[in-house]
Design a protein around this ligand. Sequence first.
Ligand SMILES: C[S@@+](CC[C@H](N)C(=O)[O-])C[C@H]1O[C@@H](n2cnc3c(N)ncnc32)[C@H](O)[C@@H]1O
Length: 275
Amino acid sequence: MYTELKKLSERPKVFSVYTADTLWTDPHLANQMLQTHLSQDTALASRPIEAIDRVVDWIERSFGLDGASVCDLGCGPGLYANRYAKRGAIVHGLDFSCNSIDYARTHAPSNAGPVTYLVADYLKDPLPENQDLVTLIYCDLCPLSAVQRQTLLAKILQALAPGGKFIFDVFSTRAFEGINEGVVFGRNLMGGFWSANDYFAFQHTFRYDHEAVSLDHFTVIEKDRTWDVYNWLKHFSQEEIQRELKQAGFGSIEFTEGFGVDCSDETTFGVVASA
Ligand SMILES: C[S@@+](CC[C@H](N)C(=O)[O-])C[C@H]1O[C@@H](n2cnc3c(N)ncnc32)[C@H](O)[C@@H]1O
């Protein structure tokens, strides 16, 4: 047991494993994530509806939505995309969770701009072209490695119409300051989140100070299988995000406090980038 415990508490190399697809697409987890998106008691997967309304107001005020082509990447259950459509945008919502896309489709507004939902992986699949706005909201660049971030940024730049804007937010280095290393162990940890079966689970939290990356490594031990989920989060300074956007070919970069969301704790910041 000592050898096994030693192995599962080892610090992996930064961004050496990618399991985000398990987290969002395993049937039990996808359902848990959908409930987490929709819950107004936790902001783990989506912001509360009131904050989402303020973000959409801010985007409409700043860029206009009526008649605009808008692509929401990682749209989840369509909380933003359906609101863009209600304000007259021609919307594409893209996510690799079938469960979330099903929910988004069934809740698409009638008498609104057209919404096309696509089950797709934004790292691998083609993105809709000629978009006036591309949004990637709730810090979804942060779970990606440097190589994955460059892949995605280059694809987004390609997807923008002339003058189009890429609107996104990221976790800040201030948020990184608040992360502590540690380990939590429990039976049916997180209230049965990880499996419908009985299980034991470890959560090892690591900091990678040099890279400003954190990792929550979950090991889930069920009767018949043991499996792992690695939740990486890169935290950015404004200089770093600027460097990465420039490297991907973006020319104009502006920072915003948070698209109308209260960011006074400075744990996230918003960015608007264009060619
Ligand atoms: C933190 S949630 C945010 C969802 C939505 N933007 C919101 O704020 O309500 C991240 C979303 O991105 C999706 N996602 C993560 N990686 C993806 C990928 N490579 N391709 C497509 N969707 C992805 C997940 O399925 C999930 O719905």
